[in-house]
Ligand binder design. Structure first.
Ligand code: GLU
Length: 551
C-alpha cells in the first residue's frame, strides 16, 4: 500500500506536518525541575470535589516548582456539553483560589508563547496533522465500521468470552486495499481513524505512577479510534497530542484513567513523543454505616463544589481540608506552622493516598471552625455579609441593619478581646442560624428549658433587679443573690460538697435566664449578649419566656 497516497486521499486539506507544531510550541523555558501540569475538565457542567482534589495537586506541584498550571477544556464529546459549564469551572477554580497561568478564556501569562488554543474542538487541524503523519507511516487507518458492525462484533466476542474490542482478526478494516478505501470515500461513507496497534496479547508494560508506584498492565492490543468520523479526536489521542504540545510534565488525573495507560503509552510511542509522568489520584470515599464507599454524584451533595459555596464554607477551609487529605504530612505541618501561608507547605505526590481517600465532613467543620476563629473580625464580617447578600438577601436588612451591633456580636462569638478565641462559627449557613436570636424581628425561640424549681419566680426576680448599667461582676453578684434567695447554691464548692442540700447552683440560675433570653442553653457570655440586645429587648424577652412558662 502506498501510505503517502492514502494520507493525501484522507487528509487532502492538511498541509502542515508535525514539525510545524513542534516549532510552534517549543519546549518551555522554565527552571530545572519545574513542573507543567493541567486540569482538563469536560464541559459537562459538573466539576466536583474529585476534580478539585486533582487540580489542587496539579496547581501545588506546578507552582511549588516554578512551573505552569493550565486549564484545558476537553470538549471532544459535544453531546455532553452543557451551556455555561466553562464559566462554572473557571469560577469554581477562582473561588477556591486555584490559580491557573494559561488556559481557556484567560491567557494569564500575557506576552509569553501561547500553547493554546485550549479548547480541544479548536485544535482539530492539529490532531488531523498528526493522524495524517501516522497514516503515512502505516500506523493508522480508516475504519468504515458502523455502530451496528461494532455491536455485532461485541456480541460474538461476549458469547465466546473473548476480549471485547477492535483487534486482530476482528479489525475488519485493518487491511482494506487502497481501492476499497477510495471507493468508499467517493461513496461518502463515514469513517473514523484507528491506530494500527502493534501490541501482542500476553505482553505487559510496566511503568511508574508518581502516586500509585510501580504498575504492570497488559499491553494495548486494540486498534483504538483516534479520530472520530467528525474529525474530532477521542480522549486518548487528544491527551497524547495536547499533553505533548502543551509540554505537560506530569499528568495528574483520576484513577479511572489508569486502565487506559497502556493505550496512551502506545500512542506516545507511535507519535514519537516523550511520555509525561503519570500521577493517578485515588477515589474519594466516605464512611456510611461503618462501611467505606465511593462518593456518588447522586447520593452525596458534598461531592458537588456548589455545596460548599451554598453553605458558605470559607474557601480557605476547603483548601486546608483538601491539603489535609492530599498529603499525609500536611496536618502536622499545619499545626506547627500557624499563621504561615499554606502555599509554603512542601507538597509532594508521593505523600498522596493510593486508595480510598476518606472524605469526612466533620473534619472539614473542625478545620473550618478553627480557621474562622483565627481570622480577623473584619474578614469574617465581610465574608458573611457577601454570602448573606447572595444566599439570604431578604435577611440582610435584619442582620446588618446596625453594622456596629453586628460587629459586637462577631467579637463576642469569635472571642475577640477574651482570653481565648471561640469556635462558634463553622460556615455561613450555620452562622445565619446561630446568630438569629440576636434579632428581635426574627427571634422565634424554641426554648431549651430544663426542669428546675421556681423558674418563673427566678426570672421575675431577675427582671426586677436587673440594671442595664451594671457591670459584669455586679450583674453576676445579683445572680448569686437570686440563687441564695431561691435555695440554689451561690458557691460552687459548697454545692459540690452537698448537692442534695440545694435545688441547684448559680449556673442553673444563669441557665434559666439564658434560655429565657435566647431560647438556648449554650451561648457566649450572657452579660454581653444583654448589653448588645439592650434593656427593652431583654425585658420583652423575659416577659415572653414568662408567658411561655405559663404564668
Ligand atoms: N477530560 C478528562 C476528564 O474529565 C480529563 C482527564 C485528564 O485530566 O486527562 O476526566
Amino acid at each position: 500500500m502506498d501510505f503517502e497516497k492514502l494520507a493525501e486521499l484522507l487528509f487532502p486539506d492538511i498541509k502542515n506536518t508535525p514539525d510545524h507544531y513542534e516549532n510552534l510550541y517549543p519546549a518551555r523555558e522554565l527552571p530545572d525541575k519545574a513542573e507543567v501540569t493541567r486540569i482538563g475538565p469536560s464541559p459537562t457542567g459538573f466539576i466536583h470535589l474529585g476534580n478539585l482534589y486533582s487540580a489542587m495537586a496539579g496547581e501545588r506541584l506546578a507552582h511549588r516548582s516554578g512551573g505552569v498550571f493550565y486549564l484545558r477544556i476537553e470538549d471532544t464529546d459535544n453531546k455532553r456539553k452543557v451551556e455555561g459549564a466553562v464559566e462554572s469551572v473557571i469560577s469554581s477554580l477562582d473561588y477556591f483560589n486555584i490559580k491557573f497561568d494559561e488556559g481557556a478564556e484567560v491567557d494569564r501569562q500575557a506576552g509569553k508563547t501561547s500553547y493554546g488554543p485550549f479548547y480541544q474542538r479548536q485544535r482539530a487541524e492539529i490532531y488531523q496533522t498528526f493522524v495524517k503523519d501516522l497514516v503515512k507511516k502505516g500506523l493508522a487507518y480508516p475504519c468504515f465500521c458502523s455502530e451496528d458492525d461494532i455491536n455485532a462484533i461485541r456480541e460474538v466476542q461476549t458469547e465466546q468470552k473473548l476480549d471485547i474490542g477492535y483487534y486482530g482478526k476482528w479489525a475488519k478494516c485493518r487491511d482494506l486495499t487502497f481501492e476499497e478505501i477510495e471507493s468508499r470515500i467517493k461513496n461518502g461513507d463515514p469513517y473514523s481513524m484507528r491506530l494500527r496497534s502493534a501490541g501482542q496479547p500476553g505482553n505487559t508494560i510496566k511503568f511508574k505512577d508518581e502516586i500509585m508506584g510501580e504498575i504492570t498492565l497488559p499491553e494495548n492490543i486494540m486498534d483504538v479510534v483516534i479520530l472520530k468520523s467528525d474529525g474530532i479526536p477521542t480522549y486518548h489521542f487528544a491527551h497524547a497530542v495536547d499533553d505533548h504540545l502543551m509540554r505537560t510534565t506530569t499528568v495528574i488525573r483520576g484513577c479511572e484513567w489508569l486502565p487506559s495507560v497502556p493505550t496512551h503509552v502506545e500512542l506516545f510511542n507511535v507519535l514519537g513523543f516523550r511520555r509525561p509522568k503519570y500521577a493517578h489520584t485515588a477515589q474519594l470515599m466516605k464512611i456510611e454505616d461503618g462501611k467505606k464507599r465511593k462518593l456518588s454524584k447522586r447520593k452525596d451533595p458534598e461531592l458537588s463544589l456548589g455545596y460548599y459555596r451554598e453553605l458558605g464554607y470559607h474557601p480557605e477551609a476547603v483548601r486546608v481540608y483538601l491539603l489535609t487529605i492530599l498529603n499525609s504530612n500536611f496536618e502536622e505541618w499545619y499545626q506547627k506552622n500557624q499563621g504561615v501561608p499554606i502555599e509554603e507547605f512542601k507538597f509532594s505526590l508521593n505523600k498522596m493516598g493510593v486508595s480510598g481517600i476518606l472524605f469526612d465532613l466533620l473534619k472539614l467543620d473542625d478545620i473550618s471552625g478553627t480557621l474562622i476563629s483565627n481570622m480577623e473580625r473584619e474578614e469574617v464580617y465581610d465574608y458573611f455579609y457577601k454570602w448573606m447578600n447572595e444566599y439570604k438577601p431578604e435577611s440582610v436588612p435584619v442582620y446588618f441593619a446596625d453594622p456596629e451591633k453586628m460587629g459586637k456580636i462577631m467579637d463576642l462569638c469569635m472571642g475577640i478581646g477574651q482570653k481565648r478565641r471561640r469556635k462558634d462559627f463553622i460556615n455561613c449557613i450555620q452562622m445565619y442560624d446561630f446568630l438569629s436570636y440576636f434579632f428581635d424581628e426574627i427571634f422565634a425561640p424554641v426554648y431549651e428549658f430544663e426542669k428546675y424549681e421556681d423558674m418563673t419566680a427566678i426570672i421575675e426576680e431577675f427582671k426586677n433587679t436587673y440594671d442595664y448599667n451594671d457591670d459584669a461582676s455586679t450583674w453576676f453578684s445579683k445572680l448569686k443573690l437570686i440563687a441564695d434567695k431561691f435555695g440554689y447554691a451561690s458557691d460552687m464548692k459548697a454545692y459540690k460538697q452537698d448537692p442534695e442540700g440545694y435545688k441547684g447552683n448559680v449556673s442553673h440560675v444563669a441557665e434559666i435566664i439564658r434560655v429565657a433570653l435566647t431560647g438556648k442553653k449554650n451561648t457566649p457570655d450572657l452579660w454581653t449578649i444583654m448589653q448588645i440586645l439592650g434593656n427593652d429587648s431583654c425585658m420583652t424577652r423575659l416577659d415572653k419566656a414568662l408567658s411561655y412558662l405559663g404564668k
